[in-house]
Design a protein around this ligand. Structure first.
Ligand code: ADP
Ligand code: MG
Length: 694
C-alpha cells in the first residue's frame, strides 16, 4: 500500500478559491492539507436549524429568530446607530447596527420579514442583538439555513467562519470519495461510528445531538477520532522503539554479582521490596543483547540512587563502564560523592566530569574515562560532548530525566563503542507521571516504578503561612535548630536570572543571620563556584551548619536526613511539581518534619488551589495528576518538546480509557499489519514524525 497517495494529502491550494494568500493564513491554523482541514474540529456549534420564539430567548444565547419589522429608526447624534424592532407574536427584540451602509435602513422597512442570527444581550429596552446576520425572507420562505447544527471553528485573521465552513465541506467531499477507514474492527468495537460518519457528525451534527458531549470531546464521534489518533501516535513511538532495538545491539551484561553483593553488604539498610523488584527487571534487561530502554520512576526519596549504583556495578562486573548523568552541577557533585563512598571501598574507580573543570583537570579526566581502569563516570551534561570517549560504555544512567530533552537522551546512546553497539540506558525520574501519560510520553521506553518509600520515614506536615507572620516562622526555625535539627530556607524568584535569584538569597541570608545570631547559617546559589557550593553543602551535611539558605538549586536530589524543616518563600510562584520536589528534601530522617509555605497574600485562585493540594497530600502521583489538570502535559514534562505532544483531537488524560486499549493494539498491529500501521502513522503523525528520526 502506498502511503502518500491519499487525495487528502494534497495542499489546500487544490481547493476552489484557495490561493497563496489564503493558504498562508490557513497555515497559521496548522492547516496545510485537505486532511488538516477535515481534522480541524469546531470549537462549538450554533443552532440555525429552526427559529426560536423571541418570547423565550435568554440573554447570552446565540439564536436564530424570525420576525416582522415593526419599526426602524436612526438614533444618536455623533455616534449614530440604527435600531430595528422585530416581533414574532411571542415577543419583540431590538436589532442594533453601529456600522451603517447605504440601503440598510431601506432593507429593514416596516413589515419586512427577517431571519436573524446573533447573540442575545440585555439592552435598554428589553433584549437586543447587536449586528446580527440578517436575511430578508420572501413570501413563505423559511428561515432555517441548515438541517444540521452550524460549526464554529477556531479561526484566525483573514479566515472567517464562512470560508472555513466552505473549505471543510469541500475537503469532506474528497473524504467521501476515498478515505479508507483504517481502524481495525477488533479495536473500534461496535460502540463507535466509522471514520467518515464521525467526521460528518463533528462538522455538522444533527440538531438533536448532545452538543455538550461533543464540545467536551466525549461524543462517540469525537471518541472515534481520538481513538485513532492515540493509536497512530502510539504506533509511531512503538515503531521507533522496535527499530532502535532491532538495529542496535548492546553488550550482554550478566556479571557475577560479586561487586553488587559487596555494596549491599556495606549498606546500613536493606532494599525495599520495590527496589528489589525494579532491580530484578534491570538485571534481566542488562543480560540481553537488545539495548535496555527503561524509565525508573520513583517519588522523591524512594531510593533511586542505590538502584542506579547497583545497576552500574553490574556493568562494571562485566568489564564495562557506566555513566551517571545528573541535570545540575550540584546534584552531579552529590552523586559523585555518594558513588565514591559506595564504590571506591570495592575498588571501583569513579571519575568526574563537569563543564566547570579547569583545562588540565579536564584533560586528565578525559584520559581516565578513556582508560580501562575507570568503572563509573559521574557528571553533568558535559558527558554528552563529542570529545568524551569512553573506554567501553555499557550503561548510561540519566537522573531526573525531565530536565533533559529527548535529543540529549539519544545523544548519550550514541556514545557506544561503535555504530552497531549502543549502551543500555536507564532513566530515572522523580516526576511521577501518571501512568496514562507515561504510556504516551514514554511509549519508547519500558517503565518501572519504585512505589514504596524506605521504612522509618515520617510524613511531612505542610502549612501555609502568610508573609505577615514571618517572625513566627523564624522562631520555628530557631526552635528546630535548638532541638538539634537543621532547616532549609528556600528563596524563589520567577525571574530566570540567576543573578537576581542569588541576590535575593544573599539578602535573605543576611537578614536571617541578623535575626537568628545563634544559628550557623550557610548560603548556596547558582552563581557560586562549584567548589564553594560543594563546601557549603558538605558543611550542611556534616551538621557544621544549622540553617541553609538556598535558591531552587537544591530542588533535586540533595539529601541531608537530619534536616527536618523547610521554609519556602513565595511558593505561590512555583508549580506543584517543583514544590513537591523541594519539599522532598525534608522528611528523609526519623524526625517529624514540616514544610512552611510562606506566601505573599493575597493568593490567586490557582495558587490557592496549588498550595491546598500540597497541604492535603504528599503522594507524588496525586500531585502530578493535579499538576497535569492545572497545567497540561507540556509543562509537566518540562523539556520534552511539545511537538511530541501535540494531539489534534485526543487528550491523554480525558481519553485515558482509550489509551489503555491502544497500547496493546499498537504492538499487535505493528506485528501483523505493518501496511495499515504505516498508513495510520502517515495520516496522523505524518510530517510531525521527526521525533522518530532524531
Ligand atoms: P531519590 O529517589 O529521591 O533519588 P535517594 O536515592 O536520594 O532518593 O534516597 C534517599 C535516601 O534514602 C538516601 O539517604 C538513601 O541512602 C536512603 N535509602 C535508599 N534506599 C533505602 C532503603 N531501602 N532503606 C533505607 N534507606 C534507604
Ligand atoms: Mg535522586
Amino acid at each position: 500500500m502506498s502511503h502518500t497517495s491519499s487525495p487528502l494529502d494534497q495542499p489546500v491550494t487544490g481547493l476552489r478559491g484557495v490561493g497563496a494568500r489564503l493558504a498562508e493564513r490557513l497555515g497559521k491554523l496548522g492547516i496545510q492539507t485537505l486532511q488538516d482541514l477535515i481534522l480541524h474540529l469546531p470549537l462549538r456549534y450554533e443552532d440555525r436549524t429552526r427559529p426560536q420564539p423571541i418570547g423565550g430567548l435568554l440573554p447570552g444565547q446565540s439564536a436564530l429568530v424570525q420576525g416582522e419589522v415593526a419599526l426602524t429608526e436612526l438614533v444618536g447624534g455623533g455616534r449614530r446607530r440604527l435600531l430595528c424592532r422585530i416581533s414574532d407574536g411571542t415577543g419583540s427584540l431590538t436589532l442594533v447596527f453601529f456600522r451603517l451602509y447605504p440601503g440598510l435602513q431601506a432593507r429593514l422597512s416596516k413589515g419586512v420579514r427577517l431571519a436573524c442570527f446573533g447573540d442575545v444581550r440585555p439592552g435598554p429596552a428589553g433584549l437586543q442583538m447587536a449586528h446580527p446576520e440578517i436575511r430578508v425572507l420572501h413570501g413563505s420562505e423559511a428561515s432555517a439555513e441548515s438541517d444540521r447544527l452550524t460549526p464554529v471553528y477556531p479561526a484566525t485573521e483573514g479566515v472567517n467562519q464562512t470560508t472555513l465552513r466552505r473549505l471543510v465541506q469541500q475537503a469532506l467531499e474528497f473524504a467521501r470519495a476515498g478515505l479508507p477507514d483504517l481502524l481495525p474492527d477488533w479495536l473500534a468495537g461496535n460502540q463507535l461510528p466509522g471514520l467518515l460518519e464521525a467526521l460528518e457528525t463533528v462538522h455538522g451534527p444533527a440538531p438533536d445531538c448532545d452538543v455538550e458531549a461533543m464540545q467536551a470531546g466525549m461524543h462517540p464521534a469525537c471518541r472515534r477520532l481520538s481513538l485513532e489518533e492515540l493509536l497512530a501516535h502510539q504506533l509511531s513511538l512503538r515503531q521507533f522503539r522496535i527499530r532502535a532495538r532491532r538495529e542496535r545491539r548492546a553488550p550482554v551484561l550478566r556479571g557475577d554479582g560479586r561487586l553488587r553483593q559487596g555494596l549491599l553488604d556495606s549498606l546500613p539498610f536493606s532494599l525495599t521490596a520495590a527496589q528489589r523488584r525494579v532491580l530484578t527487571q534491570i538485571e534481566a534487561d542488562l543480560g540481553r543483547t537488545e539495548p535496555m530502554l527503561r524509565l525508573v520512576q520513583g517519588d522523591v526519596g524512594s531510593g533511586k540512587t542505590i538502584v542506579a549504583a547497583l545497576a552500574a556495578l553490574q556493568a562494571v562486573e562485566c568489564g564495562q563502564q557506566a555513566a551517571v548523568m545528573a541535570p545540575t552541577e550540584l546534584l552531579a557533585e552529590q552523586h559523585h560523592q555518594g558513588f565514591r563512598s559506595w564504590l571506591e571501598p570495592l575498588g571501583v574507580e569513579v571519575a568526574w566530569l563537569s563543564g566547570k573543570l579547569a583545562a588540565g583537570q579536564r584533560r586528565r579526566m578525559l584520559e581516565r574515562i578513556a582508560s580501562a581502569d575507570c568503572g563509573v563516570v559521574v557528571g553533568t551534561h558535559a558527558l554528552f560532548q563529542d570529545e568524551v570517549r569512553f573506554h567501553r560504555l555499557g550503561l548510561a544512567i540519566i537522573d531526573e530525566q525531565h530536565r533533559f530533552g529527548v535529543h540529549q537522551r539519544l545523544a548519550l546512546r550514541e556514545k557506544g563503542q561503535d555504530a552497531e553497539i549502543q549502551p543500555h540506558q536507564m532513566i530515572m525520574t522523580a516526576t511521577p507521571i501518571p501512568r496514562t501519560l507515561a504510556m504516551t510520553a514514554y511509549a519508547d521506553l519500558d517503565v518501572s516504578v519504585i512505589d514504596e518509600l524506605p521504612p522509618g520515614r515520617t510524613p511531612v506536615t505542610t502549612v501555609a503561612i502568610p508573609e505577615a507572620r514571618r517572625g513566627e516562622v523564624m522562631a520555628r526555625v530557631a526552635e528546630a535548630c535548638a532541638d538539634g535539627h537543621q532547616a532549609y530556607w528556600v528563596c524563589t524568584l520567577v525571574e530566570e536570572s540567576e543573578q537576581l535569584q542569588a541576590q535575593a538569597a544573599e539578602d535573605t541570608a543576611a537578614l536571617l543571620r541578623e535575626a537568628l545570631p545563634a544559628l550557623r547559617t550557610g548560603l548556596v546559589h547558582g552563581r557560586m563556584k562549584s567548589a564553594e557550593k560543594e563546601a557549603v553543602m558538605a558543611d550542611f551535611a556534616a551538621h557544621r551548619l544549622d540553617l541553609l539558605v538556598a535558591t531552587t538549586v537544591i530542588e533535586v536530589g540533595v539529601n541531608v536526613p537530619n534536616a527536618s524543616l523547610m521554609v519556602i518563600e513565595n511558593p505561590e510562584r512555583l508549580g506543584l511539581a517543583q514544590l513537591h520536589q523541594l519539599r522532598g528534601r525534608v522528611g528523609r530522617g526519623a524526625a517529624a518534619s514540616s514544610c512552611v509555605l510562606l506566601y505573599q497574600a493575597p493568593l490567586s485562585e490557582g495558587a490557592r488551589a496549588r498550595l491546598g493540594v500540597l497541604r492535603r497530600t504528599a503522594d507524588g502521583f496525586e500531585i502530578a495528576r493535579q499538576d497535569l489538570a492545572q497545567r497540561g502535559p507540556g509543562e509537566l514534562l518540562g523539556t520534552r518538546q511539545t511537538g511530541d505532544w501535540q494531539f489534534r483531537i485526543a487528550d491523554p488524560e480525558r481519553d485515558a480509557d482509550l489509551l489503555a486499549r491502544v497500547r496493546d493494539a499498537a504492538d499487535r498491529l505493528l506485528q501483523h499489519d505493518p501496511a495499515r500501521s504505516a498508513a495510520l502513522i502517515h495520516r496522523w503523525v505524518g510530517r510531525r514524525q521527526q521525533y522518530g528520526r532524531v
